[in-house]
Design a protein around this ligand. Structure first.
Ligand code: HEC
Ligand code: HEC
Length: 344
């Protein structure tokens, strides 16, 4: 009787162990970390999500792995994250970015905070959706990926293939890869700064100096363009950066071919600006002080300068220091968290 009982127990253990081994083999031994979807930016309108790419926690978890995975680039040298780093304010610390295969790119990596609330993407707004922008970044100079080859590579990694099946009902395809990346990118929501805490009622969250700087920022019209909780009006303005070069980057003009858009670029958010230098679309300015001084001077003279919105501001050295203290209070305290990646 007792022998039978022991025999049964041993058989059960063996079945469980073999079951786990088979399961691990089939799943690549990988369990994704699935987190709840984040709250939106407090006090801001709801994010518009394209009907053909709804947000789900599983899709975002998959997109987060892809965002951090260097295997998405042609030479496996770069993930999306490598040019949008936490410690660099979701930029990369370079004047202009360097893509996979050592490719030099013409523009500065922008921060990604609250990017899901934008209507158009890139410095010149040439991409009408985040999905189109991401496809371009992935297959263009940033990562030089051949989409079909990368999809096939991901399908050889069981931990990925299972997730694509679960989320999209198919193996990995270029379209599904882009959709998952876009879903994750929409969760990159800022709003955890000392300034936000102060606005929410914590009087001690920022210094008196930073509070005076916020007053100065509004009084001298920085908010004409760096407006609202996003600190951008999502519009294009010429402030004169790079217009003195022999062949200036004409920015928005390349998209619209309208004369007024010559040298105009999308107003960047100022969230995390203290960490996201070098500054401007061409990364031509190394320090925040210098960037602010250019704006205080009313931009750089050229025939298309937006003089209606950007006027030279006469402020005292104390006010300038206060303005900088305010900008430093916009440093984001949240961060993109690297996930574990499926290896087989
Ligand atoms: C080699 C560095 C590099 C890599 C890798 C890279 N990016 Fe970027 N990213 C940039 C640069 C540079 C720009 C701006 C280009 C321009 O405006 O012409 C940009 C722009 C963006 C924008 C638009 C921001 C805005 O303000 O409109 C998003 C979103 C973005 N990247 C997400 C991603 C995602 C997702 C990936 C991975 C698929 C990725 N990036 C990979 C450098 C990089
Ligand atoms: C006419 C609209 C406008 C006004 C007004 C304006 N800015 Fe800007 N700002 C921009 C645009 C557009 C850029 C990007 C220009 C480029 O890269 O070519 C920019 C860039 C910046 C940058 C660099 C950010 C980065 O990530 O590279 C800082 C800092 C900045 N502005 C601060 C200010 C301050 C401070 C004021 C008020 C004195 C101000 N701006 C007024 C439109 C404006």
């Amino acid at each position: 009787m007792r022998r039978r009982w022991i025999g049964g127990a041993i058989a059960a253990v063996v079945i469980i162990v073999v079951g786990i081994a088979i399961y691990q083999r089939r799943s690549g031994g990988f369990e994704p970390e699935i987190l709840p979807l984040p709250e939106g930016l407090p006090g801001y309108e709801a994010m518009k999500i394209p009907p053909d790419n709804p947000m789900t926690p599983e899709k975002v978890a998959l997109g987060r792995q892809l965002f951090f995975d260097k295997r998405l680039s042609a030479d496996e040298s770069r993930s999306c994250y490598d040019c949008h780093l936490n410690e660099k304010g979701l930029s990369d610390g370079l004047p202009t970015a360097v893509g996979a295969l050592g490719k030099r790119l013409p523009r500065n990596s922008p921060t990604l905070w609250n990017i899901g609330y934008h209507h158009e993407f890139y410095w010149d707004g040439r991409a009408p959706t985040l999905e189109r922008q991401i496809f371009a970044a992935w297959t263009g100079g940033n990562m030089s990926a051949n989409p079909e080859e990368i999809a096939a590579k991901l399908n050889r990694i069981e931990g990925y293939r299972r997730q694509f099946r679960k989320v999209f009902g198919t193996d990995a395809t270029p379209d599904a890869i882009v959709k998952a990346l876009a879903a994750y990118t929409r969760t990159i929501i800022g709003g955890k700064t000392a300034w936000d805490r102060w606005r929410a009622g914590d009087e001690n969250a920022i210094s008196e100096e930073a509070k005076r700087g916020w007053e100065v920022f509004q009084r001298i019209g920085c908010t004409n363009c760096h407006d609202g909780l996003l600190f951008t009006d999502l519009q294009y303005h010429n402030v004169g950066i790079g217009m003195d070069k022999p062949n200036p980057d004409l920015g928005r003009y390349n998209v619209t071919k309208q004369d007024k858009d010559r040298g105009a670029f999308k107003t960047p958010t100022l969230r995390d600006v203290a960490r996201s230098g070098p500054y401007f679309h061409d990364g031509s300015v190394a320090t925040l002080e210098e960037a602010v001084d250019i704006m205080l001077a009313g931009g750089k003279p050229n025939p298309w300068l937006d003089r209606a919105n950007l006027k030279p501001a006469q402020i005292t050295p104390e006010e300038r220091r206060a303005l900088l203290a305010f900008l430093r209070s916009l440093t984001e305290e949240g961060e993109l968290k690297a996930p574990r990646l499926p290896q087989r």
